[in-house]
Design a protein around this ligand. Structure first.
Ligand SMILES: [Fe+2]
Length: 324
């Protein structure tokens, strides 16, 4: 075989190798070393300044993709503090995020306005507002660790999101973030069986939710960790203990308890920040949580949230771990 052909074949094999293959420890080790060398120490490590999120310059876009490749997500800071629901969508589109998840609670344009339900104007939306009031995101209460859409079926995995802050709360409303790849690493280092258990299609089941009219949502089982396109690690998780059924097996119980411990520690890579007007979180649907808050009734906290079925294509910047 000519040398050039052999090189090509080796390169193709290296490209096909997945760090998430439990039988390929060498590839896992290379990816792991790269992830651990680059994990966020402070929220500043995630920070990217953008003059206008709706019109990224090539260097800004590059910095966003690079930050997302390293940390799963980036925090952008911009001078755009006005109420512009088109902004999150315009930002997402420049990163290849176009398939918005059609959420029945989202506004018509596929964007959710995260604000306390009572603050929503009663312009023919009373019913939806009161429905929203049942859900913690639309209250001022704390939200525990989760990834978005953990109750969705596989076909509607939320792979990416934009969370844009128009107005913070008067006090509180702090966001905690950690790249779920670091949780994967901590668990796999402890025992690969824990990952195997969490990749089981029935690892975490959300029981059916009934309302007065009957079943509002069917039971939804699924894995905690799954791999998309062979390269993207997705995590489906909620720290809720009510209305969650973990698979009844020793490895799953151990793994679920280990995740709780890791996130309570807090683990390396976990950062906390309060989004200011014009700031936002963009990237993969990484683990996140929110603290309780108190609003200024005259200017209540308002965040826009866009959730996508696409993943950010950061392939060219994800490559460094493959070549060392
Ligand atoms: Fe969330």
């Amino acid at each position: 075989m000519p040398a050039s052909l052999a090189t090509l074949t080796d390169r193709d094999a290296a490209r096909a190798a997945s760090p998430f293959d439990l039988d390929d420890d060498a590839t896992y080790r290379r990816w792991r070393a790269w992830k651990l060398a680059h994990h966020a120490r402070t929220a500043d490590d995630l920070l990217v300044d953008l003059a206008d999120p709706r019109r990224l310059t090539p260097p800004e876009r590059r910095r966003l993709l690079d930050t997302i490749a390293r940390h799963g997500a980036a925090v952008y800071r911009s001078p755009h503090t006005e109420e512009d629901p088109a902004l999150p969508r315009a930002l997402g589109a420049q990163l290849g995020l176009v398939q918005l998840d059609a959420n029945w609670l989202a506004d018509e344009d596929g964007l959710s306005r995260i604000t306390v339900a009572a603050h929503r104007p009663a312009t023919g939306e009373d019913e939806r507002s009161s429905t929203r009031g049942e859900f913690i995101p639309y209250t001022d209460r704390a939200i525990g660790w989760h990834t978005d859409g953990y109750y969705h079926p596989d076909a509607r995995r939320i792979l990416s999101m934009v969370l844009h802050c128009v107005r913070p709360a008067r006090t509180g409303g702090e966001t905690s973030v950690v790249d779920h790849a670091l949780v994967y690493i901590a668990l796999r280092d402890r025992a690969p069986e824990l990952i195997r258990a969490l990749m089981h299609p029935e690892a975490m089941v959300i029981p059916a939710r009934d309302d007065e009219a009957g079943t509002a949502r069917a039971a939804q089982g699924g894995p905690v960790f799954s791999v998309v396109d062979g390269v993207h690690l997705h995590m489906r998780y909620t720290a809720r203990t009510r209305s969650i059924a973990w698979r009844d097996d020793e490895a799953t119980r151990t793994a679920a308890a280990a995740i709780t411990e890791l996130l309570a520690a807090p683990m390396p890579g976990l950062v906390r920040l309060t989004l200011a007007p014009g700031m936002g979180l963009v990237g993969a649907n990484v683990l996140h949580a929110r603290s309780a808050f108190a609003d200024d009734p005259a200017a209540p906290r308002l965040l826009y949230r866009a959730r996508y079925l696409d993943r950010v294509h950061a392939d060219d910047v994800e490559a460094p771990w493959r070549t060392g």
